[in-house]
Ligand binder design. Structure first.
Ligand SMILES: [Zn+2]
Length: 432
């Protein structure tokens, strides 16, 4: 919920943000000026020009950019923390599809989505790319709750016309196209900062005919797209069988014109991407949503993020609930570091582990850039801000801002989020 219509104001406190060159700027007792929803600048001493603006003093609290969750499944939130005993394909059949089938019932969907939206609101996330289910009515309900929250999101009604379950599959490619087209028109009419995104679940659940129809929708409405890529070895083999003409998994999307380029695209996971796939992702500006907790929980593997960074690919983080257990991107940042250490030890000692500052970049500016000038406090960026009280993490000495940034990743359950802004609008968050 949005509570503050004031467009020009200042926050004072301990300001940390990433810059496009991956360096991190630490600013003690500094001021960040918001003008018309954008960052005007960060100052150690407040210039006279802004002296008339109201100042909100956040004192010792950390002021950081809002984070972007590039991959999360809202309908899976009810079974988070359950069913981690299986790998991807069995997990989908045994846990995910039966739960998602329940969203046919709008009463259940509304209740489940309200829990999800409340928790997303009380997190460091300000923007997200969200999967819903195949059900248009429930998806519009989710979008309407997200719109009221003030968060900025892309949401996808999921497409699947094969290899689902008897209760979770669209009747045909034509039926999926029709329902999706009507949903897009309705969403475009109803919402300002909750936008539709094309969401073929993944190649195994979408026939060639459906993929062609999604390309038609993409052209008609100029929508971005999200899906899954190269997550699990059994899945990759299956894709090869289903689309025998594809040279690699990403090519199975590319053949239908649905792999970046003109279409802003997020692909989750990319654990086993071969060189050709990496090349095509780079060429087509495809965003990688790195989901380290999910990849660990489903025994999927470790994505070679250091390699992707060296290649200059676009990378952000995803919580990937419910294969990830929660919505905290602070926790995802810690896990991104941890799995990169395992990759370094066990797979490739040329690929150094990720640092705190690098994962901070991924969570803020890396993922944020999918939404435009988002995820930094450089002038002209969206004023997406999270204020964090970390005073419950006790220390016998004073810590530098760099040390405090590192600590909040590992003790994310001890921090309080006290203020949150999207495009300069203050959101009403309920503290937990
Ligand atoms: Zn996923």
């Amino acid at each position: 919920m949005i509570t503050n219509k004031q467009s020009n104001f200042i926050l004072k406190g301990q300001i940390i943000y990433s810059k496009p060159d991956w360096s991190v700027s630490y600013n003690e007792n500094a001021y960040i000026v918001c003008e018309e929803g954008k960052v005007e600048g960060v100052y150690e001493n407040l210039p006279d020009a802004f002296k008339a603006y109201p100042i909100i003093d956040c004192k010792e609290q950390l002021i950081i950019p809002g984070m972007s969750d590039l991959h999360v499944h809202a309908p899976q939130y009810p079974f988070r923390g359950l069913g981690m005993d299986l790998e991807l394909l069995e997990w989908l059949n045994n846990h995910t599809f039966p739960e998602e089938a329940k969203y046919q019932d709008i009463t259940y969907a509304h209740k489940a989505y309200s829990i999800f939206v409340d928790d997303l609101l009380y997190s460091t996330t300000t923007r997200a790319c969200i999967f819903a289910t195949i059900h248009p009515e429930a998806t519009l309900d989710l979008m309407s709750q997200l719109e009221a929250s003030g968060l900025y999101t892309y949401v996808g009604k999921v497409n699947m016309d094969r290899n689902g379950s008897p209760r979770l599959q669209e009747e045909s490619a034509a039926a999926s196209y029709k329902a999706t087209r009507e949903w897009i028109i309705s969403a475009n009419k109803s919402f300002k900062h909750t936008l539709p995104m094309l969401t073929p679940r993944f190649i195994p659940t979408c026939s060639d005919e459906l993929m062609n129809k999604l390309h038609t929708l993409q052209t008609e409405f100029n929508l971005p797209l999200q899906s899954h890529l190269s997550e699990n070895l059994s899945e990759i083999n299956w894709v090869k069988q289903l689309v025998p003409t594809s040279k690699f998994y990403g090519d199975a999307y590319h053949q239908f014109g649905l792999f970046g380029g003109e279409v802003p695209t997020v692909m989750a996971h990319c654990i086993y991407s071969p060189e050709e796939e990496i090349k095509l992702m780079k060429q087509n500006n495809v965003y990688i949503a790195h989901c380290p907790e999910s990849n660990t929980n489903l025994s999927s593997g470790i994505a070679p993020i250091r390699k992707y960074m060296e290649e200059g690919l676009n990378i952000g983080l995803g919580s990937d609930v419910a294969a990830g257990t929660g919505l905290s991107l602070l926790k995802s940042m810690a896990m991104a570091i941890q799995v990169s250490k395992l990759y370094y030890c066990l797979v490739d000692q040329d690929k150094k582990p990720l640092t705190t500052e690098e994962v901070f970049y991924l969570a803020t500016l890396g993922g944020g850039s999918f939404f435009g000038k988002v995820g930094s406090f450089m002038p002209g960026y969206a004023f997406d801000v999270v204020v964090i009280d970390d005073s419950a993490i006790k220390a016998p000495r004073s810590l530098s801002l760099k040390e405090r940034l590192e600590r909040i990743l590992y003790y994310s359950d001890q921090v309080q989020i006290t203020e949150k802004y999207v495009d300069g609008q203050k959101l009403k968050i309920a503290s937990k």
